[in-house]
Design a binder for this molecule. Structure first.
Ligand code: GLU
Length: 263
């Protein structure tokens, strides 16, 4: 099923969580990014278009300004993401450069998605970039948003971006293999769910456990993202991003994940 989704999709949004891209000290895993860039090139060569949603600005900021790591002040947090965003994009740029692929940065806020003029401009920018073979990389513009007005997690940012761009597929790379009927970190007998067609039914039957129990961004934001895109007819895959060859493995059904499918 997953291989079919990938092979059939032309416009793919791929989201990376901070833990997939960087270690806890904020060092970005450049080998990983380099490998992923090669897989993106393979997708582009097949006529597909890729938009990346990349977390990691905060964590990369900690790697650069380590003495700020414990500061709770909102202005320091925002300053940290402003510093880290540069580090993050530099790592992405260096990964794609040897392949002669340009990248572009879009920093978006919640407001951008509710303003029809801005939405239109973002859409046109995305269309122009991908038509020119450039890979757009989106993150939330953390330095202009405070908690109350933030999207807050990149699962939902990826979903909103996918809807805005009219994507065919969203892949959320995280540190879990997908959805289980209970938390696999607590229960060894947790059963993996390969396919979800009725999200409400699954939500009622799955024991989500503590908030964020299944992964970094938490399963809750991933299910929210799935609900958003599926209601627009866009399928979404949750899978483990740890394997640098994950895209390739998924397209051969050699890696598991959960596919959320429109009904
Ligand atoms: N925008 C945040 C960052 O780049 C990530 C949010 C998330 O992990 O979902 O650090």
């Amino acid at each position: 099923m997953i291989s079919e989704l990938i092979n059939d999709a032309r416009k793919i949004v791929i989201k990376f969580g901070s833990n997939t891209l960087a270690d806890k000290n904020g060092r970005i895993n450049r080998d990983y990014l380099g490998e992923f860039a090669k897989q993106t090139q393979a997708l582009l060569n097949k006529g597909k278009q890729v938009v990346i949603v990349s977390s990691g600005a905060m964590i990369a900021g900690v790697g650069t300004m380590d003495k700020w790591a414990r500061k709770q002040d909102i202005h320091y947090k925002q300053a940290l993401s402003a510093v880290g965003q540069v580090e993050l994009m530099e790592a992405w740029r260096k990964s794609f450069q040897p392949l002669d692929i340009h990248i572009a940065q879009l920093l978006l806020t919640k407001d951008d998605f509710s303003d029809s003029i801005r939405t239109l401009h973002i859409r046109n920018t995305l269309f122009t970039l991908v038509d020119e073979g450039i890979v757009p990389i989106i993150n939330e513009n953390d330095s202009v948003c405070v908690d109350e007005i933030k999207i807050g997690d990149n699962d939902n940012l990826a979903a909103l971006s996918a809807i805005l761009w009219s994507a065919d597929l969203v892949i959320l790379f995280s540190d879990i293999d997908g959805l289980y009927d209970k938390n696999p970190k607590e229960f060894p007998d947790a059963a993996h769910i390969a396919e979800v067609r009725n999200l409400d039914e699954v939500k009622a039957s799955v024991n989500l456990g503590k908030a964020n129990a299944f992964g970094t961004g938490g399963i809750a934001t991933k299910l929210e993202a799935a609900q958003r895109v599926v209601s627009y007819g866009i399928p979404l895959i949750i899978t483990n991003g740890a394997n640098p060859r994950a895209v390739d493995e998924l397209s051969k059904d050699a890696q598991k994940g959960t596919a959320f499918l429109p009904q």
